[in-house]
Design a protein around this ligand. Structure first.
Ligand SMILES: [Zn+2]
Length: 392
C-alpha cells in the first residue's frame, strides 16, 4: 500500500476545547513517517503478494531483553466477524473491527502511567512502550513512537470530513487509532490510540513473556522441539493428541466407545498457564490439544491412533486447512514408552498407505504438562451444535 502524505487535521475525530489544533510538520517527520511506511509496506492486508492464499506480515516480536527482536515473517491473522465477536468484548469489536472511537477521557489507558508494554487486543502483537507514552491532553492514550514501526500499518482515513492517517495492527488489521503530526520532538508524532484496542502488561509480565519467546524462537530457528515442562506421571489410560482446531478433535474422540472423557487444552509450548489469545498469537509454542481418558479394556491406544489419523490431514505442516500456525500442528504426545512405540509404528503404517502420498509431518514427542483451555472451549461443539470448527 502506498500512502501519500496528507495534510493532518483533527485530533482523533473529535473536537475538544483546548485540544491541539493542526500544525505544520516538523522537518524530521517525513523521515520517521517514511520509516513507518517502509516498515509496514509488507504488513498490511493486501500489501503482500495478493496472489498468496496465506498473506504474511513482517513484524518484530519481543526479544529476551524485552526490546524489539529481529524482523520475522509471520502469517497474518484473518478471522470472520463471528469469530472476532467471540474473542472480543462488544466495545473491543466496535473499535478494532468497525473503526469506532472511544469517548475521550473514558478509556482505561488515557491516564495510565504504569511501566510496561501495550499489545494488540486482537493478536497480542507488541505495539507501544510506556516509555514513549505522554500526556497529550486529548483524553486518549498518546505515544510519540511505536514499539516497532513494522508492527503498525497505516492508511488514509477520509471519514468525518477530514483527512487523517489511520493506524492498524500489521498482523490482524485491528483498527487502533490515528497518528498526527503534533507530538513532542524529535519526531513530532502523536499516536492517538483507543484503550480498548490495547492490552497492557507490566514490565515484569513482559520479561517473563520475552524469555519464553526467546526460547521458542531459538527452538524454531534450530528446528528442535521446544523443551517441554516436566512430564506428567505416566498414565496408561491417557492419550494426548494435537490435530488442528481442538473443538472438532475433542468432539470426534468423545464419540469413540471406551473414551471416558476428553478435554481441550494447550500442550508442547513454553508458557505456563497459557490463555487462548496468547496461544493464538503463535508465540507460546503450544499446540491446541485434546487429552483423552479411555478404558483400555474397551478401546485400545492403537484404535485411538486410527481415530487421530482419520480426524485430520497429518501431511499439513503447522496448519489444518484455513487454520495456520504452529498451534495447529499435528502431534502425538505419548505418556509411556509403549505409547511411543505404538505411535511410531502406526505413523509408519499410515505413511505406507497408498492414500498418503505426501510425507506425514506429525511430531511424536513426550507428553508435557497439559494446560486445560478455558471453560468456554470445553465441549464447544456440543454447546454450539457444531461438529467441526467454522472457517476462521
Ligand atoms: Zn493485532
Amino acid at each position: 500500500m502506498l500512502v501519500f502524505f496528507q495534510p493532518w487535521t483533527g485530533n482523533h475525530g473529535r473536537k475538544r476545547a483546548g485540544a491541539r489544533g493542526p500544525r505544520r510538520l516538523p522537518s524530521l517527520l517525513p523521515v520517521l513517517f517514511s520509516l513507518i511506511m517502509a516498515g509496514c509496506a509488507s504488513g498490511t492486508a493486501g500489501q503482500g503478494d495478493a496472489t498468496m492464499n496465506n498473506p504474511t506480515a513482517n513484524v518484530r516480536l519481543l526479544a529476551a531483553d524485552d526490546r524489539p527482536g529481529p524482523v520475522v515473517t509471520v502469517p497474518k491473522i484473518s478471522r470472520t466477524d463471528e469469530e472476532w465477536r467471540r474473542r472480543l468484548t462488544p466495545e473491543q469489536f466496535r473499535i478494532t473491527r468497525r473503526q469506532a472511537t472511544e469517548a475521550a477521557f473514558c478509556g482505561k489507558f488515557y491516564d495510565h502511567h504504569a511501566d510496561g508494554l501495550y499489545f494488540c487486543v486482537g493478536c497480542n502483537l507488541p505495539l507501544f512502550d510506556s516509555r514513549h507514552k505522554f500526556d497529550s491532553g486529548t483524553g486518549w492514550p498518546s505515544f510519540s513512537r511505536p514499539f516497532a514501526p513494522e508492527n503498525l500499518a497505516t492508511r488514509t482515513d477520509s471519514t468525518l470530513g477530514m483527512t487523517r492517517t489511520e493506524v492498524l495492527c500489521a498482523r490482524c488489521d485491528a483498527h487502533l487509532g490515528h497518528v498526527f503530526p503534533d507530538g513532542p520532538p524529535p519526531a513530532g508524532l502523536r499516536f492517538c490510540l483507543n484503550s480498548d484496542a490495547l492490552r497492557f502488561r507490566t514490565t515484569d509480565q513482559v520479561r517473563v513473556l520475552a524469555a519464553d519467546n526467546a526460547a521458542a524462537t531459538a527452538a524454531a530457528l534450530t528446528g528442535t522441539t521446544v523443551p517441554a515442562a516436566a512430564p506428567t506421571a505416566p498414565a496408561v489410560t491417557k492419550a494426548t493428541f494435537a490435530a488442528g482446531c481442538f473443538w472438532g478433535v475433542e468432539a470426534t474422540f468423545r464419540e469413540v466407545k471406551g473414551v471416558r472423557n476428553a478435554r481441550v487444552g494447550y500442550c508442547g509450548g513454553t508458557v505456563a498457564n497459557p490463555t487462548y489469545p496468547l496461544v493464538c498469537s503463535g508465540t507460546t509454542g503450544h499446540a491446541e490439544s485434546v487429552e483423552v481418558t479411555f478404558d483400555p479394556a474397551v478401546v485400545t491406544y492403537e484404535q485411538l491412533l486410527e481415530v487421530f489419523w482419520n480426524s485430520h490431514d497429518p501431511t499439513q505442516f503447522h496448519r489444518q486447512g484455513p487454520d495456520v500456525g504452529s498451534q495447529y500442528r499435528s502431534a502425538i504426545f505419548y505418556h509411556t514408552p509403549e505409547q511411543k512405540a505404538a505411535a511410531e509404528a502406526s505413523k509408519a503404517k499410515r505413511q505406507r498407505s497408498p492414500q498418503v502420498i505426501k510425507p506425514i509431518v506429525t511430531e511424536i514427542v513426550p507428553a508435557p504438562t497439559f494446560w486445560p483451555a478455558e471453560e468456554y472451549h470445553q465441549r464447544y461443539a456440543e454447546k454450539h451444535g457444531r461438529a467441526a470448527c467454522p472457517p476462521h
